[in-house]
Write a protein that binds this ligand. Sequence first.
Ligand code: NAD
Length: 497
Amino acid sequence: MRQIDHFIVGGAPAATRFADVMDPNNGGVQAQVALGDQAVLDQAVAAAQAAQPAWAAMNPQRRSRVMFNFKALIEKHMDELAHMLSAEHGKVIADSKGDIQRGLEVVEFCCGLPHVMKGEYTQSAGPGIDVYSMRQPIGIGAGITPFNFPAMIPLWMGAVAISVGNAFLLKPSERDPSVPNRLAELFIEAGLPEGIFQVIHGDKVMVDAILDHPAIGAVSFVGSSDIAHYVYNRGVAAGKRVQAMGGAKNHGIVMPDADLDQVVNDLCGAAYGSAGERCMALPVVVPVGDDTAERLKAKLIPAIEALRVGISTDEEAHYGPVVTAQHKAKVEGWIQTAIDEGSELVVDGRGFKMQGHEEGYFLGPTLLDRVTTDMESYKEEIFGPVLQIVRAPDFETALSLPSKHQYGNGVAIFTRNGHAAREFASRVNVGMVGINVPIPVPVAYHSFGGWKRSGFGDTDQYGMEGIKFWTKVKKVTARWPDGSPYGGNAFVIPTMG
Ligand code: NAD
């Protein structure tokens, strides 16, 4: 059985605990990943402490060159990485390339970091006094990441953290751990000093050890909301800077004037792409008015029935299997709950079998209508290929649905009416908004982050928000006397006159 070890300086010690890495396309176990403990973390932290000061002291343009090299290596190994990713996650190859590409774009942003790291300077803020500020790295940071984007999310955090001079410890999901290790190898090949980007595998034991470790100054987490909340509270209680992104239930509002053919195309991709296992998926559609609902449903049904589910390497497939058998059972359970709660089952994706891959974790697409806000299946995240229709009588009701939902990650409105779109974007209580854009993940030089139970902490991922998270600002007030006597009263709080 293939074994996946930690990527740490000095080599991984013999592991005593392992987790199974499943094969979503065929079922069964394909590898085992080591689950680390305090001793593994201590070894990685010691290496990080040894390497970080010299890395932080390096000219920023030299750190940039490492990122340029790394970018070229990811491009060179795109196919290999995509196949590795799909084999453990289950998403189709084209989608894995998208996962890697969105991470790569953050690496590209990091190539230009010397420019954005420049501080502020005020000459003659007082007599002979200059004031300046500089951004300095935290020291050692850690990232804890989910299974659904095993390339993009580690790079959201890790690329920014190291570019500004930190050492970074990545604790990836134990369900698809191979790509993170490969990224660590490519960083070394790109010229990154040993100890600056290490990968420590594990479960709650490792996460708790990270949260309590006194040498780790900042922790970035992405995963489900209950764990995000736990990580946030425990990390902050230990005196760390923490950002913790959680789950989602994104709504797509369809106004009566929307281009329904375009909407159906967008909804199929955003609800069922990656088998619905995206935090920016659109699992809820809100048609405004019954007429819109009926027209939309009539177009959606044949489009959904035409979707092709396939193994990850099937180039014609729209989406592949979900990640594990347990997750498949959980999604099927939610479909049953939705029916029991009174939703109308329009298309049933349960019981789908892939010929030749009968043990794989496949689910056909499901469509549910007449879903209401009191249903548990509406309130909670399903994270599978399931689209729920919640009908709204008017714009105000449609606006209130995502605004009142416990999650506030992303939302989209489909309309030709500029005023309605503008009003919606300004008033909706959600962190990321798409206007005729179903998956509004901001580009790498903006920032990513949801609101309410989708995000704990006050900074977002990547862009300037990422730089803020991974740095501290030092403020220097300097006086260079010109020989004339200083006339101030030393016992009064200094003012600049
Ligand atoms: P998860 O919460 O199960 O796992 C995330 C990380 O937490 C993993 O590294 C895991 O090892 C660790 N972990 C698991 N159980 C733990 C525990 N009890 N204590 C401490 N750590 C624990 O999430 P997942 O299933 O891997 O990913 C899917 C979830 O992530 C969904 O809820 C999805 O919406 C969310 N997500 C959110 C965003 C975002 O930016 N808001 C992005 C991607 C995914």
